[in-house]
Design a protein around this ligand. Structure first.
Ligand SMILES: N[C@@H](CCC(=O)N[C@@H](CS)C(=O)NCC(=O)O)C(=O)O
Length: 267
């Protein structure tokens, strides 16, 4: 996050570089946005178990991917990166609507995806038994809120949250929602019932069918293999009384044994 000499906005033509991780849905958000906007970039795959000095230098605060480097200046945090891409390339496939209130609303629901829905889905994945049942209820409560917005709220009658085309919220919500089916397969728990959440279900089907999305999301077999290994590890950690972020099993371990549903899964 170092400054350049003048700290000027890099000209849009400056090279773009993305530090990411192949299974990271946060990375996929940025890759999808870059693809939608037709922007070329160099990609650096990070080993999250052995992060590069460059990544740590670019993101000393969170030490996470994705990080976008534009004209030598680094920007972490996927949603902030997406908004930056939209600010720097406003003409090509805008991700945010023009109306100020609609822009704020899209940002609100992005926070909801990251602060409420995502952690609830992660908790289902990282737990069993009663902890998992409670987490499933949370997922369903959160999906019901989105379903209601699609049915008769802010996004009523829309194919995508962005309207006829995908926007910021589609990218944020969508590049996490493909994990729902993977998690369902690995845990055996049904999360997205088409009867209970018909609009969300239809939205996800349409989102996943887009060429740009299909080109961005890794093959389902690969995701399944990764998710099976991750769940095995997380349940082992929970059983052993240690909790951690999925990518850094040892660093965040609390002193007391957590309920397994408390383990954060950042994927
Ligand atoms: N809020 C961040 C989350 C990024 C995140 O959790 N990245 C994970 C990979 S999906 C990571 O880098 N984990 C490494 C770590 O936790 O040490 C964003 O939206 O970019």
């Amino acid at each position: 996050m170092e400054k350049t000499s003048e700290n000027a906005i890099p000209p849009a033509a400056s090279p773009l570089m993305l530090f990411g991780s192949w299974a990271s849905s946060y990375t996929h958000r940025v890759q999808l946005a870059l693809r939608l906007k037709g922007l070329e970039y160099d990609y650096v795959e990070e080993d999250l178990g052995n992060k590069s000095d460059e990544l740590l230098r670019h993101n000393p605060v969170h030490k996470k991917v994705p990080v976008l480097v534009h004209g030598g200046r680094a920007l972490p945090e996927s949603v902030i990166i997406l908004q930056y891409l939209d600010d720097a390339w406003p003409e090509t496939r805008p991700l945010l609507p023009a109306d100020a209130f609609d822009r704020a609303l899209a940002r609100f629901w992005c926070h909801f995806a990251d602060d409420k829905l995502g952690p609830a889905v992660g908790a289902v994945f990282a737990s069993t038994g009663e902890g998992q049942e409670a987490a499933v209820r949370q997922v369903h409560e959160n999906l019901a809120l989105i379903e209601s917005e699609l049915r008769d709220g802010a996004f009523r009658g829309r194919r995508f949250f962005g309207g006829d085309e995908v926007g910021l919220l589609d990218v944020v919500l969508g590049c996490g929602s493909y994990w729902l089916a993977v998690f369902e397969e690995v845990t055996g728990v049904r999360l997205v019932d088409a009867d209970a959440f018909p609009r969300f279900h239809a939205w996800l089907r349409d989102f996943e069918a887009l060429d740009e999305v299909r080109e961005t999301i890794p093959a389902v077999d690969r995701l399944l293999e990764y998710a099976r290994g991750l769940r095995h590890m997380l349940l082992g950690l929970a059983g052993a009384g240690a909790g951690a972020g999925a990518d850094a099993p040892s660093t965040d371990a609390p002193a007391a044994p957590p309920a397994s549903a408390d383990i954060a899964v950042d994927i």
